[in-house]
Structures are given as C-alpha cells and as structure tokens.
Write a protein that binds this ligand. Structure first.
Ligand code: SF4
Ligand code: FE
Length: 493
C-alpha cells in the first residue's frame, strides 16, 4: 500500500507518541504550528510517489513483498537504485527546501539488512530473519522509521562502558527470555516525532567490555517508556506568531530534530537485530554512515537549487541582475552545488553488492561527498547573503509592512512608509522582494538552517569522522607502490 500525504498525516494521529516542548507535554503535536511544517515536509515523500511524473524515482519494485513500494522503504538492488535514491533526494530538496527526514530510516534499513546477514553467518543468530520480517511489515504499510544512531556520548575520551553514568549510550539493562529492556537517549533525531517506528543502532565501534551497548532493535514510537523532547531551532517561535506568513520565509515546510529517550523500554526478541556481538557494531555504523553521507549529495543539492534560484530572484528584485560579478557568483554557486551532486552520483554508481545481496555505496567516495558538504553549502550561503544584501537581516517585520498605524505628517501609516522605502526594481512588488529575502534568511540563518547549514557540518557525522574514513579507505600504501613502480624504486619489503 502506498499512502498519500494526507493518509500519512492521519496515520500519525493514531499514534500515542509522548512529545515534550518548552517543558510541557504536547498532546496534539500533529497540528502544532512549530511541528506541522516538518510533518508537511515528510508528507511530500508520500505525495510525490503518487505523481506520475516522479513515480520512477519515488517508487521501486520490492525485493521482499513484490509490487511497488515507496523508495524510502526499498532495499537497493543495484547501483541504479543507489543513483535513483540520490535523484529522489534532490527532487525532494527542490520541492521542500528543507530536510524531509525519511532518509535516515532508508539508510538504516539497508545497513541493518546487510549487517545482520553477516552476524547470523558467524553466530547462527536469527537477526536477519527478524529484520526481513520487520521490513516486510514496514513496506506493506508504507511506514516512516527513524534510524536512530547518535548517543549522548558523555565524556568523548571514554568508551560506553567507562562512562560515569552507564546510560550515556543506549544499552541493555535487563535480559529476559522473551526480550530485552533498554535504556538511554538518542540525540539529533531527525524526524523522530514524525516516524511511526524507531530503528536503533549503536553509535561507534565497540570492544568486549561494551557488550551491553552493542545493540540494535526496533520499536513503535509510542512504545511504553519512550518519549521525545523537541529540539528548538533558530527563529522557531516566529511560527507561533498569529497570522505569520512572510516572516516565516518557508511557511509550509521545515525540518525536525529531537532527542528520543528510552526509559526502560521492553523490546521483544523478534525486534532485536544485534545483541552483544560487539565486532559488528563498527560495521553497522560504517555502512549506515556511508549511506547517509551519500544522501547529502542529493538532499542538500536540491535545497541548494532553491537557494540559487532565490539569490537570482533577489538580485533581479534589487535591479542588479545584469552585473557581471553577480552572474559570476551565481555560476560559482552552481559549480559548487553540482560538484556535490557529482559526488552523490559517483559513490552510487560505484556501489557494490553486499553478502546479503543489497547494494552498498562506495565508502571512500561517499565520505568524500559528505566532506565536501561540510564546506560547499557554507560558501553557497555566503554568496547568497552577498547577493541578497543586508536587508535580509535588518528588515522590519511583516506586521510593520501591514500596519495602518498613522505615523507620518501626511497621514502615512507604518505600512505606507515600509512599502514606499523598501521598493526595489519594477519587476516585483515590495512584498515579493520581502518574501524572497525572508526565505533566504530562513534557509541561511533561520529554522531551515538546521537542515541546510549546520546539518551540512554535523549531519551524518562531523568532518573529522569522514577524514578518519578517508584515511582508512584512501590506500596510501597502494599509492606508494604505484609511485615506486614508475619511479624505478625497488620494494625493500
Ligand atoms: Fe534526508 Fe537530508 Fe534530512 Fe538527512 S538531512 S534526513 S539525507 S533530507
Ligand atoms: Fe541529516
């Protein structure tokens, strides 16, 4: 079954997910003005699957249940699937200019699927079987799953089991015949409130002493003991202002980050996918991170397309569109954005089959992709701010532009004054000029910046995490040998 956007939103109402914000419990979180844009954004992953124009990108033939499923629940069957994933993410970035959240689940599915296969081969466990049954259920019901990896981590110089507080990494607190009880918190959880389910993975490679921390499992978002605290974003309370529209920049869509607390949650055996096999924690982390670093070569590029468009509009509205330095800045933004896309496509095209049969991205190229994403969006935003001008951050509020409070000697209102003095080139109204500047403000500095700028830095792992992987995958020894062979230097063993 492929849900529509509306059906997805209605399906969330059936969940009893416990959500807290500003120190209070939020009962109707589906309609909460600060949360709803992120739900609308995720709903686009459902909506576009019904659009004939995008069907090929948005849906795929299931390898598990047969028939069409949403690509966000699909196991990649070949490198073409990996390429289509990146194209789908670019499309969604273009349509929402935000983080549409559903990719973390997709990336977790593919990583858990291939890793559990290898754990079972070594230990004779049944994690793969458990996971296949689980994923069939997800595909059949077209559900959204939060792939939850990052722990609170406490003192970064200590391993999970060495922390003063044992709960700083999610861990098993009790083993029962029919399941386990888990405790801890996952941070930076993209779209967790908007997910039907949570699929939890360890956050780092682990040693024998960390056995209770090498755990992967799934549970419904309204499982007993699970609750979520909403993460606030820059300028978020603008969404609570009555009648807010222009000042929001992006009224319809937004991202969502939160922390998910597992307060002694019981996980039945059938939903366990790793339980103490410490040497596989690293494999799971590496594979998930690889997929999510590939993802950024799609989603951020789509958002980049909208930023470039907005910067070009802003310059038209300012009357500077014909200046050669402006044209050159737009070329530079395009060059940077397409370079990120090249990386996303390249690590997908160079994908390879795992032992379980689904496809994994080329890890070196995926890490190079994400490393570039920690830099280029900052330059793209810098150029957008350069082109837009300072008004983007100094402009009076929407309420001022609409105010009829008389303040001028000739009876002019605040609105009259704002509309008179903020006029731009004749191709736009003052309100249109204001809209595009507020949109850029939202995406460069406001609530959408969490999904574009800072997330480009830390999402899918901070820059140093990629450099460690690049060092591991870069094969410097092999490269030394190439140089020796050609330079006529003998191998001294
Ligand atoms: Fe998807 Fe990008 Fe959001 Fe990650 S940051 S969930 S890849 S849209
Ligand atoms: Fe992210």
């Amino acid at each position: 079954m492929l849900m529509t956007g509306e059906q997805y939103i209605e399906s969330l109402r059936k969940l009893k997910t416990r959500v807290y914000m500003f120190g209070e419990k939020i009962d109707n979180w589906v309609d909460h003005p600060m949360i709803r844009p992120s739900i609308n954004c995720l709903a686009m992953t459902y909506e576009l699957a019904h659009d004939s124009q995008y069907k090929d990108l948005m849906t795929a033939e299931s390898s598990l249940i047969g028939g069409k499923v949403n690509r966000f629940t699909h196991l990649h069957q070949n490198s073409e699937d990996l390429v289509k994933k990146v194209k789908m993410q670019r499309l969604l970035g273009q349509k929402t200019a935000s983080c549409f959240q559903r990719c973390v689940g997709l990336d977790a599915f593919n990583a858990v699927y291939s890793t559990t296969f290898e754990v079972d081969k070594k230990y004779g466990t049944h994690y793969h079987e458990n996971f296949v049954e689980y994923l069939k259920y997800i595909q059949e019901n077209d559900l959204t799953v939060d792939g939850a990896m990052t722990d609170a981590k406490g003192d970064r110089s200590l391993s999970p089991s060495q922390q003063a507080d044992p709960d700083l990494f999610v861990h098993i607190v009790e083993r029962k015949p029919d399941g386990i009880v888990v405790k801890g918190m996952k941070c930076h959880q993209t779209g967790s409130i908007n997910s039907h389910e949570h699929l939890v993975m360890p956050t780092i490679a682990m040693a024998e002493a960390d056995k209770d921390y090498a755990v992967s499992f799934s549970c419904p978002s309204d499982a007993d003991g699970l609750f979520i605290i909403y993460g606030r974003q820059s300028c978020d309370t603008r969404k609570l202002e009555e009648g807010a529209d222009v000042d929001l920049g992006n009224k319809q869509f937004g991202g969502q980050e939160a922390v998910v607390v597992f307060d002694n949650v019981f996980i039945p055996n059938k939903n366990i996918y790793l339980c103490g096999e410490v040497e596989f924690a690293g494999m799971l982390v590496e594979r998930f991170a690889g997929y999510h670093r590939q993802s950024y070569g799609g989603c951020k590029v789509g958002v980049g397309d909208v930023i470039i468009g907005a910067a070009a509009l802003a310059t038209d509205y300012n009357g500077t569109g014909k200046a050669s330095h402006i044209k050159d800045k737009l070329i530079e933004m395009t060059h940077l954005n397409e370079t990120l896309y090249c990386c996303g496509i390249a690590c997908s095209a160079a994908g390879y089959p795992t032992k379980a049969g689904n496809y994994q991205v080329d890890l070196l190229l995926a890490n190079v992709c994400k490393q570039n994403v920690t830099r280029f969006p900052y330059e793209i935003v810098r150029l957008a701010e350069d082109i837009a001008g300072g008004l983007m951050v100094t402009m009076p509020s929407e309420k001022d532009f609409k105010s009829d409070l008389k303040v001028g000697k000739n009876g002019e209102s605040i609105g009259d004054i704002c509309n008179k003095y903020f006029v731009g080139a004749p191709v736009c109204t003052t309100e249109e000029r204001m809209r595009v500047l507020r949109f850029l403000e939202n995406i460069c500095l406001g609530s959408s910046a969490v999904g574009y700028r800072t997330e480009s830095m830390h999402g899918a792992g901070s820059p140093q995490a990629q450099r460690i992987m690049i060092a591991r995958q870069g094969n410097i020894e092999g490269k030394k040998k190439l140089a020796k062979d050609i330079a006529g230097i003998k191998n001294r063993d």
